[in-house]
Write a protein that binds this ligand. Sequence first.
Ligand code: SER
Length: 334
Amino acid sequence: MHDFPDYFLTLLPNHNPISMKRILIVGAGGQIGSELTVYLRNIYGGHNVVATDMRECKALGETGPFEVLNALDATAMASVVARYRIDTIFNLVALLSAVGERNPQMAWNVNMGALNNSLEVARQHHCALFTPSSIGAFGPTSPKDRTPQDTIMQPTTIYGVCKVTGELLGNYYHHKFGVDTRSVRFPGIISNVTLPGGGTTDYAVEIYYEAIRSGRFTCPVPADVYMDMIYMPDALRACVELMEADPAKLVHRNSFNIASMSFTPEIISAEIRKRLPDFAMDYDVDPVKKEIAESWPNSLDDNCAREEWGWKPEWDLSRMTDDMLAHIRTKLGR
Ligand code: SER
């Protein structure tokens, strides 16, 4: 039995009450995990959020429990879940799209291995499971603009193949075994704490660092390609709001389109230039990233997330740009 009250009085911005949870984060040292760990600990209490990663992460051990865990070791994962009496797992392990194309077998083994173990451990230990999907689950045959929730999904990257398979597996575990699986299709996530690595949308993070560091940026993605993006605070809130949503209202589960902003490299660079008039950008287009970016939607239709669990973004490109530049200035001491 858990030794904490059933109900906890924290309110989310949309005024949903928060239930009590004991959470395991798998892959907590990455771009999402390093911030989600702290965010969840502020809501649910430090000792109720166990961060794990394959490498030691000192910072994550300062605000709550941290364990070194290889997500491909199902026995080790089950043992952490049992020891901490976990009831909710966030599986954040993934090789991103561009790096996945360099080693597709490894991307499949890591992305699907971590997911498969998380699903099995969730089934055996009666845990809810959150796994991110992505705009990368769509492909060149999907409708390009305001891509619908339910539509053609034929991705051409191994990353996307893993995401679509993961969505199907998540729904299968829900229907077959009753596991409470939930997921969102994240746009490119922009943040200022931990850098993403090996993704196609990474340019939209790197551009802010280079704007402050050197005043110039060489962009690997073509000037006019639109992709959906989201600022980390909205992404973190989406995770919590979906996992706290009333299951009776969820028609979909794996996975919800969410959206907040869509832009091209030219648009984000113009936004930076409004604040730093001397900022200059040129292009050295990476053919792999070009092909991937052009195969993904320009923008997603997130109406189902809005209707089924009240999703609403709070950050747009202009506000995010102010915030990113301020944080990175402080971080780099400029
Ligand atoms: N940010 C990811 C990537 O670019 C997409 O989800 O690979």
